[in-house]
Design a protein around this ligand. Sequence first.
Ligand SMILES: Nc1ncnc2c1ncn2[C@@H]1O[C@H](COP(=O)(O)OP(=O)(O)O)[C@@H](O)[C@H]1O
Ligand SMILES: [Mg+2]
Length: 327
Amino acid sequence: MSSEDIRTVPKSSELIALEQKGYIIGKKIGQGSYAIVRKAEFIDKTTSRVMKLACKIFDKENAPEDFLHKFFPRELEILTKIDNPHLVQVHSILQRGPRVFIFMRYADNGDLLDHIKRAGPVAESNARTWFSQMLAGLEYLHSKNIAHRDLKCENILMTKRFNVKIADFGFARYCVDKEGRRVLSRTYCGSAAYAAPEVISGNPYNPKLADIWSLGVITFIMLNAAMPFDDSNLKQLFKEQTSNILSHQVKVKDILSHQVKNLVGQILEPDITKRIRLDAIKAHDWLRYKSMVRRKVLPGQKLVHSNLSVKQTPKTAFTARERHPLA
Ligand SMILES: Nc1ncnc2c1ncn2[C@@H]1O[C@H](COP(=O)(O)OP(=O)(O)O)[C@@H](O)[C@H]1O
Ligand SMILES: [Mg+2]
């Protein structure tokens, strides 16, 4: 067991206190930079109903300053403000000493990255359903002037019925000030592989437009089971992002519809003045004319990749002033 595990394994006194409130903490199901996610159950004492939950456990004693004073309070505030079928649903937030327990509805089918690693590229019709659900969730968030800033396959959860929900508001923030004026972001957030070129370049950026880019990267990964750009080196990543050349994998290139390739191309547009906006995405042919999507798989062609090049991406956050990503 790593030292990080020890820090977020609930102590027996905590387990007893939680149990008295009806919560039972189970096995570890996910790990991020500052939190561990465990399976949990809530037993409603009056009805005896058991609810399957996930519990994100934070240990404030071992967290860095910027996380404690900036990101974590934002995550908590935003989690209490959101309520939408396409976003993960929070059940309750409990605090005991330095530990904070965020209980949320359990997503039975894990996250989208695990799904793609297991099952390979997502069929286009399925990708469209999940894209529409993510789009609806993102539209809701943006309508409340919240930018997610860490959209990636690991943060898209799948329910028992294979509906997707946006999760992990660890980097989310309001993108207007108290007077309602738009504020640009200066923090380079999330994973480079999903970050828009204007984020990578370290300049203040419009976080809503950066979210749209990340949604495009997720969509490309769903369709290809591969990353759109080489992110092993930030300079190379920026060069590829701004080259305006998007190469779908040979295995799916010819079976993907013209419409989806067009839409992904318009989302992964490096020029923010030309990048497609949410309203235009909703009106795009790919979402409007379902019958136009070719579902045909070419003879002898399997939609499963043997050596997947999708990978888990590390979470990073450093302010532009502290460290310029391309410097
Ligand atoms: N409600 C949930 N149901 C099932 N799995 C979850 C749930 N929440 C998180 N996970 C799993 O735990 C991982 C980490 O959770 P996340 O909220 O993204 O934390 P972090 O901020 O540490 O990345 C997710 O990628 C997912 O695999
Ligand atoms: Mg996460």
